[in-house]
Design a binder for this molecule. Sequence first.
Ligand code: KIV
Length: 267
Amino acid sequence: MSVRRKTTHSLRKQYERGEKIVWTTCYDATFARLVEKAEIDVILIGDSLGNVIQGHSTTLPVSVDDIVYHSRAVARGCDRPHIVADMPFMSYQANADDGLRAAGRMLKEGRAQSVKIEGGEVFAPLVRRMTQAGIAVCGHLGFTPQSVHKFGGYRIQGKSEDAATEMIKDARALADAGIHMLVLEMVPADVAKRVTEAIDIPTIGIGAGTDVDGQVLVLQDILGLNSDFKPKFVKHFASLEQSVIDALQEYKKEVRESTFPNDDFSF
Ligand code: KIV
């Protein structure tokens, strides 16, 4: 059976059919293969890899090289999901030329089909330049983790009427500039609904309620690989943390007892 990569065009058709678009993050080929088997639509090589892969407390230290490396690994592991590479902190904020070149690397070296940037209307000119250069761009509003220090922590965004109005204005400006999907993170559900109604492109929620056009969660959170990390919007769809510990403890026990490898596993 031939497998076709999800494209901006096929994702648009899915949105027009009213079928929710499902994203997850992923950072390596092993999990990319499983994400593909689960028929997830979009893989985000999120700068959340700074937290879940590199062990940092924020996404700020992640580099363009890091995203390119993980994006390439993911691309080797799957043929079907649409691959979105996150543009890390300071790869596009200082000037548009930097942003354009970094985005180019995501496609050329990281083999991504889209890039994602955080931030509002101020980045509309950059989105325009990227799309003019043939690069598909996703936006990200609400709680944008690269601005964690400006926000003063992990806080819900868009709570006041002024902030909600500003978010809708940002969403319109980015959509007009050419983004093809918009992530809304930690936004009150009614505000996410208003943003979704204000623009004609899919909105993808994370902590943004259900009146959006799709959802994204970090893979490690979906799988329950860290039971200590449980913000309100995260649902653990499995509890793999304990399964992994159990498997490793059983392995250790059998090695110590010399019951592994027995004849079945020996030459
Ligand atoms: O980096 C990331 O994983 C993200 C998602 C949380 C949307 O940006």
